[in-house]
Design a protein around this ligand. Structure first.
Ligand code: SAM
Length: 260
């Protein structure tokens, strides 16, 4: 055991029921390739090694890696790294199959970790992730809801996502300031046809000016009025009124006008 470091988001899960519940929700199959984000002191890892799977744990803290190697040994592969620097394609190639992701992740990195997963979606089947409750609610929020935003659009664009259950702050040591929730993200096998880079800039630019009209948001991307005027969309609407599909259609309409 070692002293938790707040700067690394170290809140260790202590509740055996919750640990078991998370593992159960994964429905692990014989031979699955599982990547654990931030195994820490091994609360989830200890359960995972009892399953007939290949397990790879990634933690940035050298104290965690030393402890895990000592207590878990050869039953899993441990990598000391910033998870965002890990190339999931390499792990996919090494395992020869798509990856299943699990983790009680450091909350300060939630958005970055989600986008890191979205970028590697071709190599991932699904993910079961513990995150801050407020963020979990944002992932599943529908349009016209105050929690609907950039994360909702992309979580719902790339995955079928479900809030599985809430977890009280009392289940951790040290106790965090916020409640948590476990979310399942099932990566879609096919996505609508759209220029993803452009979709990201359209969604970011329009939500960047929340409570402003779509026209105002799009203007920050330097699109000329002549382009905006030709869009078959009511640009007086606000970004939170658009469904994920409408964002896709809006992006495709812009692309067609620009590159026609
Ligand atoms: N899985 C353990 C548990 O449930 O008790 C620990 C969870 S703790 C919330 C988050 C873990 O992520 C810590 O072990 C921390 O060292 C690790 N971590 C923080 N930042 C990281 C990063 N950038 N890359 C990889 N691991 C990181």
């Amino acid at each position: 055991m070692y002293r938790p470091r707040k700067s690394l988001g170290q809140n260790f899960l202590q509740d055996e029921n919750i640990l078991r519940k998370i593992i159960d929700y994964l429905h692990l199959q014989n031979g699955d390739a599982v990547v654990e984000i931030g195994p820490g002191q091994g609360a989830l890892t200890k359960h995972l090694i009892l399953q007939p799977v290949t397990l790879i744990g990634i933690d940035i803290d050298e104290r965690a890696i030393a402890l895990l190697r000592e207590t878990i040994g050869e039953k899993a592969i441990f990598i000391q790294a910033d998870v965002l620097d890990v190339d999931l394609k390499k792990l996919f190639d090494k395992c020869g199959k798509k990856l299943r992701i699990i983790g009680n992740i450091p909350y300060y990195l939630t958005s970055e970790i989600l986008f890191w997963l979205f970028d590697a979606r071709k190599y991932i089947t699904d993910a079961v992730i513990m995150m801050q409750l407020e963020v979990a609610r944002r992932l599943i929020a529908p349009p016209k809801n105050k929690e609907y935003g950039i994360l909702s659009v992309f979580a719902q664009f790339y995955t079928e996502c479900e809030l599985l259950f809430k977890v009280s702050k009392n289940c951790f040591y040290p106790k965090p300031e916020v409640d948590s929730a476990v979310v399942h993200l099932n990566f879609k096998k096919t996505l609508p046809h759209v220029d993803e880079k452009m979709l990201r800039s359209v969604v970011r630019a329009t939500f960047g000016k929340r409570r402003k009209t779509l026209r105002n948001g799009l203007k920050s991307l330097d699109y000329e009025d002549t382009v905006l005027d030709r869009l078959p969309f009511d640009l007086k609407k606000r970004p939170e009124e658009l469904s994920v599909n409408e964002f896709v259609e809006l992006t495709e309409s812009i692309r067609k006008i620009l590159y026609a």
